[in-house]
Ligand binder design. Sequence first.
Ligand SMILES: Nc1ncnc2c1ncn2[C@@H]1O[C@H](COP(=O)(O)OP(=O)(O)O)[C@@H](O)[C@H]1O
Ligand SMILES: O=C(O)C1=C[C@@H](OP(=O)(O)O)[C@@H](O)[C@H](O)C1
Ligand SMILES: [Mg+2]
Length: 175
Amino acid sequence: MKEKCTEPGCDNVILIGMPGAGKSTLGIVLAKILNYNFVDADLVIQNQCDKTLQKLLDACGPDGFIEMENQVLSDMDFQRTVVATGGSAVYSAAAMEHLRSIGRVVYLKISFDQLRERLCDFQDRGVVLRKGISMSLRELYDERRPLYEMYADITVDVNDLSITAAARKVASALQ
Ligand SMILES: Nc1ncnc2c1ncn2[C@@H]1O[C@H](COP(=O)(O)OP(=O)(O)O)[C@@H](O)[C@H]1O
Ligand SMILES: O=C(O)C1=C[C@@H](OP(=O)(O)O)[C@@H](O)[C@H](O)C1
Ligand SMILES: [Mg+2]
């Protein structure tokens, strides 16, 4: 297997996974463990557009939101940074190729049952539902899982772990 570049400019850690998998909360803990910076892509999008994610989703619809997210992620350029992406990042092929070129992509894998416990309100949580609001959590999970698997350099199962334990597991998987 081709070794991934870990030089400055491609030494970042990119977290992907379902909404609720822990990318944003675990990401900060991981950045502390690694002595890295932390960036939450959702906050970058909110800042650049001066609107909350929910307002952006309402205004642009799923396709418009994905296009905007693609643009923001494709422009990212960091060093020694943990990046928590939004769960919908994997709908943007160009963005994912770019992120893969600037770091290692870590998929935080969570079971459907644990996801259901964490995301009981997912239809009001600002999640991109490409098939409309009638889309079930099961359909969302089944649609996304192959995408997360396809873009992952490393997969870490975070089921039944506290945020700190999960962050430690990711850190050791990165060694
Ligand atoms: N390992 C975990 N164990 C228990 N709760 C968690 C864990 N990881 C995240 N959570 C909780 O799940 C919710 C979503 O976490 P968040 O980090 O925002 O996920 P994401 O950014 O992947 O959508 C938060 O309330 C968070 O506290
Ligand atoms: O999965 C999704 O469709 C989304 C997840 C959100 O981020 P988190 O994955 O951090 O919850 C946010 O990017 C956006 O509202 C869309
Ligand atoms: Mg998040």
